[in-house]
Write a protein that binds this ligand. Sequence first.
Ligand code: ATP
Length: 425
Amino acid sequence: MVPPRPPLPTADPESTDTVDPATVEAGPIEAVPIEAVPIEAVPIEAGPVEAVAVDAAPRAAEPESVQDLETTADGQQDVVTDVEPEPEPEPEPEPEPEPQVAAEVYQEPVDRPAEPVAALVTETPETADPEPASEADPEPAPETGHDSETPGAEALASTLLDDPEVLTAPLTAADALVIRGVTKSFGDARAVEGIDLTVPAGTFYGLVGPNGAGKTTTLSMIAGLLRPDRGTISVGGVDAASRPLAAKRMMGVLPDRLRTFDRLTGRQLLYYYGVLRGLSPAVVEQRTADLARAFDLTDALGRVVSDYSAGMTKKVMLAGAMIHSPRLLVLDEPFEAVDPVSSAIILDILSTYVAHGGTVILSSHGMELVERVCSRVAVIVAGQVLAEGTVDEVRGELTLEQRFIELAGGLSDVEGLEWLHTFSD
Ligand SMILES: Nc1ncnc2c1ncn2[C@@H]1O[C@H](COP(=O)(O)OP(=O)(O)OP(=O)(O)O)[C@@H](O)[C@H]1O
């Protein structure tokens, strides 16, 4: 038998439990004092973070989240996180972060698992990288071997390459990068059409081509940011499709557009670049100081990256690409917007890095620069490699710029712009 329902409560004018809104007089709202609780920055121990593989998606539909699903060859989906984050929504008005927060990151270590990051870097057993995920580097901060205010490229390159993780890295292949038959379309538009490239280890390799030729698309596929429709990419002998984590671990990437967590300070950004790549906070701190001195960013480290100039942003992201001393640097337009002094320093650092066995593949529109520093070059036009080889082989009797213009189809017709000289005022 169903028990009888209790009567519904009726409004009692004397009661304080129920209130007739019509009878309530608005009173002043009292501010309630809130006890401030200090927010601790937590150093995160985590394995290396992989770049996101994004399927062919039109630019307009690029993902907003820093997390993306990476579908593996066997159809499994992995959640991976990108070192190069996607743009954040419009910044809300918020107090500027205190510069000392970054310092607290190092001073107040809290021994607790880094759930957010650990959860982001997952791999299904089917595609799991047989190598153990690199752990936080237990080594103390390495000696930098320099006392001067500005480290020389030699010292910096030695510091970066004198990393036990790198020395034990699995790269044994003579070729740092091998690309075969790689094709990529966006809808009906074929951006890259059956590209073959071979980049020997210890090479400074230049990718040149006119606007829209497919350079960024090619570099994005190498970096694991885009998935090729067809073809294979092998990094240091590791197939990037079947072992994406192992392949990405060997790379440092400067993506085409300067999208990053720009509400962090430069120091915080480099901290996360470092720890997400498995370095200990002490090593990150040391390398941050070295890189900041080299890139003339020391005074800017405490400022939020959104306040940086384009060149400064490029430099701090370049520093982030280098901080874990990768075998291969994949750099999209590293010198664009960078001043001549900084360009010279970056070139010096990269040249010394290459001289010590590192490999650089970069895209650039600076023919003179490519001609001067690159040992090999590929000219891409309309998604195809039209010339490849040593700089001497590619340019022949011409300058690289002349050869480039020739391969790109010559100078465009400037007829029809006579109206430009009529000066409407
Ligand atoms: N996400 C995308 N969605 C649609 N089309 C794209 C996308 N990315 C590139 N493309 C197209 O692919 C082609 C190659 O572009 P890509 O950015 O690789 O050229 P690029 O050689 O790097 O050019 P630039 O020198 O101007 O940077 C272009 O036609 C471009 O419009």
